[in-house]
Ligand binder design. Sequence first.
Ligand SMILES: NC(=O)c1ccc[n+]([C@@H]2O[C@H](COP(=O)([O-])OP(=O)(O)OC[C@H]3O[C@@H](n4cnc5c(N)ncnc54)[C@H](O)[C@@H]3O)[C@@H](O)[C@H]2O)c1
Length: 353
Amino acid sequence: MDKVRWGVIGCGGIAARRTIPEFKKMVSNAQIVSVMDISADRAKEVAEQFEVPHWCETEEELLGREIDAVYIATPQDVHCRQVVRAAEAGKHILCEKPMAVSLDEVNRMESACGAAGVKFMLGFCMRNNVYNRKARELVLSGAVGKVVMGRAQLTCWYPPIADAWRQDVSISHGGALIDMGTHCLDILEWIMGAKIVEVAGFHDLLVQKYRTRIEDTSTIVVRFDNGAHGIVDNYFNLPDAAAQNSLELHGTKGSIIAKGSIGQDPTGEMFSILQGEELGYDADQVRDVRAERQEYELEGIGIYGQMIEAFSRCIMEDTAPPVTLDDGRHSVAVTLAIYKSVAEKRVIQVEDQ
Ligand SMILES: NC(=O)c1ccc[n+]([C@@H]2O[C@H](COP(=O)([O-])OP(=O)(O)OC[C@H]3O[C@@H](n4cnc5c(N)ncnc54)[C@H](O)[C@@H]3O)[C@@H](O)[C@H]2O)c1
């Protein structure tokens, strides 16, 4: 296979703003041969804008075409049905987060992909950010020592919008947590090489007047299986200009502090203060002169284009995708545990099943 042939299901915000432009600009091992949206006008518009040779408005027509893989970028309430259908048509699948809205859906998606022998990858593209990668490399090399705490934040200003599916809980199944927190929870686990086992938190609707109740304010505490604690904070009610989108890793040998690396841009800022060893007790708590502040200046590459390139390579070389169905299952389990924790006002164990 020379190039993997892709179809796109859902030509809305993320597909047209990020994934398709980066696909066209930077991906060399794949091509987009068709785009589909339930809005025919939208599919046509995107096909024309990005010079895609075919567009359509039904899954049946798209899946009947000669394509090897699909990118599913529709609201999460239809991910399961579309993944099952694409698998049954023999297509490999890259599905946007959140993978699904229940573990039962995950099971059905897994069965369909397994039965058809197709590959599945989840769109946790923040793992492709160059600063997040560097943070992971440092943490896994032991540079911060034993990790004690990680924090990941992603915020935006998201006012009421008529007909926005995210603001209809029957479609979105939640607000800031399921939309943005899922990225943050995954990035902390991935950087630490650890899994979240316990969760607790608060959700509120503090500012926005949505037509159904979803949280615009989500502040979550987690415990990882390496013992470290985590804080994940996501807000739909802070000005975009003020967003820090902080990422912090703190351990017994120092800290890594980034901002802007969790988000759609491939950029960010990061510094570390790492002292190389755990020191003796200093009653004066003087900051050790050997602790050096190091700034990182790294060149970012489109995180959505990288996702397409990586999955295309897996298809061509028949290797396992970098983000797996099990990662998706775990993410759904953690998300559901958090909503349960908030509803029941208690700490919940995450039980992957
Ligand atoms: N990885 C990321 O960084 C990232 C960023 C944004 C959104 N997302 C995810 O991508 C998905 C889409 O989000 P969005 O912001 O692009 O939404 P959006 O509303 O902007 O776009 C969704 C598109 O899907 C179309 N659509 C709806 N139902 C459909 C169906 N049954 N079949 C075909 N098309 C259908 C709509 O007409 C629309 O064009 C969500 O699951 C979201 O969580 C991921």
